[in-house]
Design a protein. Structure first.
Length: 505
């Protein structure tokens, strides 16, 4: 394997892994190596943790039989994961274990780390949440509790896939808790008694002011640390609930006040992204007495139209309805809503619990960097299970160590000064792409994209490798973003040539 591409190869191979439960590759290793654990860490962007999970020296170097390869169940689909090659790459990183602190306060409540389950099926009852707590989640937003039990449909989930990515985006048409309020209150009581240091956020949804007050009173009595008002589910089977509320600053204010009549605990308003600006309802909630904001809930969506039957997903006996979109695809949208709120002077001090597409410690760190103090996760847990918490905490600690930081608090808000209105961006300089001739494989993808979607600044050179014509390049970096061999990087920033100044045309 050319060392130029080992990182790329390792990423592609880990992307192919099925992340089996009870992984046969690990069971097959006679030398006690746990390839499944290391590969999962790498897949979840915790490369340095992956190295920590491997023994030094790595015994794979002297293993001739390679039973891990023979055991890989992915091979049954045509091609197994190159487990040994991946492990050798992962083990080549020299890393030190970081002891950075993940503790953080949220609305005055101490949290052992910033990672919470978000209100949904992943936090649906006592057993599930207890298991998640034991695995390391700092807290859970309990599946939304109401004074009614909704009538659900089957199926209720669907996903958009792309290449080897199983859930690029995920749609659900599930409503609130399928348990009675009494069952949910009992679960909260039990969880609080058994896990006093973990944080329980009780998500509630009333149908009128009295119900909001009553639910707040009940979950407070049961021991919830924080109450989250669900102003945001986009597919309730009755009008005037969920995102119908979140789109109206007046209703948000009225129901926040009603909630506060039933509790002295911190109250979060969980916002809908199904509007242009989140600030008006968020300001209404804060001015009505909320302690903080949770964002985002799911985005209204239609997906996977079957072009033979013209039904779409999830297909409920030939029909579907608009449902909530979540998962990795929504992360940039969530970050934008949160960044805009944090940069609004009336919301700058509002604590935010961020969510929308968080799968890894890196995703979570981005939410903290735009000003969140905690984060919440659903779709990634639906896809990979509670176990992702192991790489979230370890990966975050390792990152903080690499950055010379001692506490996760040091990231909060760090990206905000770098996000400015478009009119404040530097329009006087330009950054040409830099081509790494050794890494380039001559596939021509940069040339096609530049020709058909850019400025025709790349032509074929020797071995089909790109030759750039600076007189045509505008520095858009499309070539860099499409290069599959990672052979193009940003070059130096230089003054923009006169040809590119509007006045020079
Ligand atoms: C299956 C499913 C059920 C959900 N149920 C609720 C709910 O009961 N209450 C709520 O406030 N949000 C609910 N959500 C929204 C999530 O809490 C979260 O805001 C959203 O999915 C974005 O995060 P994610 O990309 O990590 O999933 C649900 C999401 C999914 C996918």
């Amino acid at each position: 394997m050319d060392t130029l591409y080992t990182a790329l190869m390792a990423r592609e191979e880990t992307g192919l892994c099925f992340l089996c439960d009870g992984a046969p590759c690990t069971a097959a290793c006679p030398r006690g190596v746990d390839p499944a654990r290391a590969i999962r860490s790498a897949r979840l962007e915790n490369q340095s943790g992956a190295a920590l999970h491997l023994p030094t020296p790595l015994p794979c170097h002297s293993c001739a039989d390679r039973p891990c390869l023979k055991a890989c169940v992915k091979a049954r689909t045509g091609r197994g994961v190159a487990v040994d090659a991946v492990l050798k790459t992962l083990a080549s990183h020299q890393v030190e274990r970081s002891a950075a602190s993940l503790e953080i306060d949220f609305c005055g409540v101490p949290c052992e780390n910033p990672f919470f389950l978000s209100s949904s099926i992943v936090a649906n009852d006592y057993e599930m949440i207890a298991r998640a707590f034991r695995m390391g989640w700092a807290g859970a937003a309990f599946k939304t509790i109401g004074l009614f039990v909704p009538d659900e449909v089957s199926p209720r989930f669907d996903a958009i896939r792309k290449e080897t990515t199983p859930f690029l985006g995920f749609k659900n048409i599930e409503q609130i808790s399928e348990h009675t309020a009494q069952e949910n209150l009992d679960a909260i009581r039990r969880l609080k008694a058994e896990f006093p240091a973990k944080v329980i956020i009780a998500s509630i949804m009333g149908r009128d002011e009295d119900e909001w007050t009553e639910l707040a009173r009940l979950v407070t009595e049961a021991g919830a640390d924080i109450i989250e008002c669900n102003f945001s589910c986009p597919h309730m089977a009755a009008n005037g609930l969920g995102s119908d509320v979140g789109q109206s600053p007046e209703l948000v204010a009225a129901y926040t006040r009603a909630t506060l009549r039933g509790t002295a605990r911190p109250v979060l308003a969980k916002m809908t992204p199904n509007l242009g600006q989140m600030e008006p309802p968020a300001i209404a909630a804060m001015e009505a007495g909320a302690s903080g904001i949770a964002a985002i809930n799911t985005i209204k969506s239609v997906m996977n139209i079957n072009l033979f039957t013209f039904t779409s997903g999830p297909d409920v006996a030939g029909r579907t309805s608009v449902g909530g979109y979540s998962g990795k695809a929504v992360k940039p949208i969530a970050l934008r809503f949160i960044q805009t709120m944090k940069q609004n002077p009336r919301l700058a001090d509002a604590p935010i619990s961020g969510m929308g597409g968080i799968e890894t410690w890196r995703d979570a760190a981005e939410f903290l960097a735009v000003g969140c103090e905690t984060v919440q996760v659903t779709t990634a847990v639906m896809q990979y299970g509670y176990r992702i918490i192991e790489d979230m905490t370890e990966g975050m600690r390792q990152y903080l160590g690499t950055m010379g930081m001692t506490s996760v608090r040091q990231i909060v808000g760090r990206a905000l000064p770098h996000i400015v209105p478009a009119e404040e961006l530097d329009r006087k300089t330009l950054c040409y792409p830099r081509f790494n001739r050794k890494k380039c494989v001559g596939c021509g993808r940069c040339r096609i994209s530049c020709a058909d979607a850019g400025h025709q600044a790349i032509r074929a050179g020797e071995d089909n490798r790109p030759l750039m014509e600076p007189s045509k390049c505008v520095g858009c970096h499309l070539c860099l973003t499409v290069c599959p061999a990672e052979a193009i990087t940003p070059g130096k920033r230089v003054p923009k040539p006169a040809r590119l100044h509007p006045a020079g045309r």
